[in-house]
Design a protein around this ligand. Structure first.
Ligand SMILES: [Zn+2]
Length: 439
């Protein structure tokens, strides 16, 4: 499922929270120790830096160039998405269409919450139609060009429409709640709005694995004991009481390998996708699942909610100040004068989008740090550093392996292949004596 950067950024964040994990982890780039340090600490003269370079050298140059091009293209798409959506929001305001959409919603019924829902539906359809060409390029054409997509256009479009329906229902409910608050509490709405959004998104993250994810993919129990039992054994060893492992038919949409531990408060599931099953050895699958279990054991879903709570409060504080200023200045032209007026929604969408755009490196760094933690946990749980390194190379299908430090801080929501392989080799260097018959 791909997420456009619209107001639905809310839902993107919720989904990120719900699927607290992708494949393996992240972290700030560790300084590369000198070979000398590595050698003195290990009797067998295993040099993690050299071992890392040897792994990276396994990727043929043409494959590396393709993966770099795909991932770097993604940097530009962050910008184009932001500019395209901003353009549509400002267009809605400046042409007075937003005011007309509000007037029309108010003619249909007398009930204010229904006005909100109708306006939201108009708004969502409008931005979806106008950003559709970019969406097709980004989510369909480009994915096929790089051999990452498996869907034909019809099923892909079907998934987009399902996503739109989910956004319509859940977004509509959230908007009805938020506008109720803004109208009743004109001075303190931003505090209550942030709290309501957080509660709502927590609820969404809770139910999404059970009620939303199955709209897009089938989840079946993994029956093969040769794979299931080692995973469940590792789960028990780390205090996770899961009795089943689920397989997601991700090959319906793409060739990417992925796994996640999703949900919380009883909706947790250990999920691995069928691409992972098809393309990886048992050792590699165990290495990935060790990482995913790290997310669970270290409560990354809850910590993510806390982090998101802070982002939300700051976002609403910013919305409150900046929207007041903008409405004073351009309200006459846009025919909307207060935060409680539906016609001002594109302004809020533009402001929140700008806020999230600016925060991209912070968001990514938060995620990357947790992913790196999960990597370290996974190495200790699965004890399969070479399998981990092999998986990291497979992830290079869609993630540039060896970026610059600043590039990684700004754009990477997972650590780069180099950082992850180095972490695995560093772990291996310190455990050589006990690895004899494990790998
Ligand atoms: Zn992860």
């Amino acid at each position: 499922m791909r997420h456009r950067t619209t107001l639905l950024a809310f839902f993107a964040v919720a989904t990120v929270l719900a699927s607290a994990a992708y494949v393996t982890g992240q972290g700030t780039q560790p300084p590369m120790p000198t070979g000398a340090t590595a050698i003195t600490s290990t009797p067998e003269h295993f040099d993690p830096v050299a071992a890392t370079s040897a792994y990276l050298a396994k990727v043929p140059p043409d494959k590396k160039a393709k993966s770099d091009a795909y991932f770097e293209g993604g940097y530009w798409l962050i910008l184009w998405d932001f500019l395209a959506s901003s353009f549509v929001f400002i267009l809605l305001l400046a042409t007075g269409w937003s005011a007309r959409m509000r007037d029309w919603a108010e003619r249909v019924t007398r009930f204010k919450p229904i006005h909100t829902f109708i306006y939201w539906a108009e708004f969502l359809v409008f931005i979806s139609v106008l950003t559709f060409p970019l969406g097709v390029y980004e989510g369909f054409v480009r994915e096929h060009k790089y051999g990452l997509a498996t869907q034909t256009f019809g099923p892909w479009l079907g998934d987009q429409l399902k996503g739109l329906a989910v956004g319509l229902v859940f977004g509509g409910l959230l908007m009805m709640a938020l506008y109720g608050i803004v109208r009743r509490l004109p001075r303190t709405w931003w505090i209550w709005g942030a709290a309501t959004s957080l509660v709502f998104l927590t609820f969404f993250a809770l139910i999404a694995p059970v009620y939303v994810a199955p709209l897009f993919n089938k989840y079946t129990r993994l029956e093969d004991p040769a794979i299931r039992d080692p995973i469940l054994s590792m789960a028990r060893a780390n205090g996770i009481s899961a009795k089943d492992v689920y397989v997601q038919d991700a090959s319906r949409q793409s060739t990417r390998i992925s796994a996640f531990v999703t949900g919380f408060l009883g909706t947790e599931r250990i999920v691995l996708n069928d691409n992972l099953l098809k393309r990886c050895s048992l050792a590699e699958i165990e290495a990935v699942m060790g990482h995913e279990m790290g997310h669970y054991v270290m409560h990354h879903a809850y910590k993510g909610l806390m982090f998101f709570g802070i982002i939300m409060v700051l976002a609403f504080a910013f919305l409150s100040r900046s929207s007041e200023w903008a409405l004073k200045r351009w309200g006459d032209k846009w025919r909307t004068h207060s935060a409680g007026d539906l016609a001002a929604l594109p302004l809020f969408a533009f402001l929140i989008l700008t806020y999230l755009f600016v925060l991209t490196p912070i968001d990514n760094s938060y995620s990357r740090t947790e992913e790196y933690e999960a990597d370290i946990f996974g190495l200790n749980a699965a004890r399969l550093p070479d399998a981990e390194a092999e998986v990291d190379l497979k992830l290079a299908d869609y993630r540039k392996l060896d970026p610059g430090t600043l590039e990684e801080i700004i754009f990477y929501d997972h650590p780069s292949g180099r950082v992850r392989i180095y972490a695995a080799m560093r772990w291996k260097a310190e455990h050589l004596h006990e690895l004899g018959n494990r790998e």
